[in-house]
Design a protein around this ligand. Structure first.
Ligand SMILES: [Fe+2]
Ligand SMILES: [Fe+2]
Length: 260
């Protein structure tokens, strides 16, 4: 079973880039399951039913999110009813949405779990305790984790915590890809951050001049999604019948330049 995981899709530019790139990626790699982090799909921050449907439209099987998931109030009802869109499992349990879901892919029952780091981000419970609790109860042949976290130490620790127990731990949230992707000794594919799907002429997806103005002047600044030089970033993992990873491959491809 082959999983293609795609990092935080930023704004309309990221969604367009994904739409233009996905047919080629699907043809080249033939993934059985596509998991996409959609927390930045709506105007660069948050997700809506419409932007989620854009991701489903390119073949996405499960959408994960993160700290921006509740930015758009009109999406709360959607998060409650759409079981293929998940939010961090260690958020307050009464919050809209669910923290994991199970799908059929490549002849396997695959659980996808979304977790938030506790360092520098608001959570209700430890991601380590939370994932242990889910793994105790979930019935699946393989488990994929999106660990949406700020610091590399916590992400690396989660990789070791889950090594041999899940097929893959994909880091998201920082929007900058790391170079540590590999299969850990007990068979879990791991990377600190797969990067984002959005403009590289940007600061994490935001127009550089606006991000710079904010940092230099420390005044309130309007942030808009940058559009130029969109890249799709993610990772590809082959999962064996034991529910562990046989391979890890980083994906970083430039989206075709759109005709104007
Ligand atoms: Fe993000
Ligand atoms: Fe985030």
């Amino acid at each position: 079973m082959r999983v293609l995981f795609i990092g935080d899709v930023v704004g309309g530019a990221g969604r367009r880039g994904l739409r233009e790139t996905m047919p080629g990626l699907r043809e080249q790699h033939a993934p059985d399951l596509i998991v996409v982090n959609g927390e930045n799909t709506a105007g660069g921050v948050g997700i809506t039913e419409r932007t989620a449907n854009d991701l489903f439209g390119v073949g996405t099987g499960v959408i994960t999110t993160g700290n921006h998931v509740y930015r758009h109030r009109d999406a709360y009802d959607f998060l409650e009813r759409e079981r293929l869109v998940i939010r961090p499992a260690n958020y307050p349990s009464g919050n809209p949405g669910r923290g994991f879901t199970v799908v059929e892919a490549g002849g396997m029952k695959v659980a996808v779990i979304n977790l938030s780091g506790a360092v520098g981000l608001n959570v209700a419970r430890s991601p380590f305790d939370t994932v242990d609790g889910i793994l105790d109860q979930v019935e699946a042949d393989a488990v994929i984790v999106d660990f949406h976290a700020e610091v590399t130490s916590e992400k690396v620790a989660m990789g070791w915590h889950l090594d041999g127990r899940v097929a893959a731990v994909f880091g998201t949230h920082t929007h900058v890809p790391t170079a540590d992707g590999r299969v850990l000794p007990k068979g879990t594919a791991f990377i600190c951050d797969v990067g984002m799907t959005g403009s590289r002429t940007s600061v994490l997806g935001v127009k550089p001049e606006q991000a710079l103005a904010s940092l230099i002047t420390q005044m309130p600044t309007r942030f808009e999604t940058a559009e130029e030089d969109v890249w799709v970033m993610g990772a590809l993992v082959d999962v064996n019948e034991r529910g562990l990873a046989d391979s890890f491959e980083q994906i970083m491809v430039a989206a075709p330049v759109a005709d104007s």
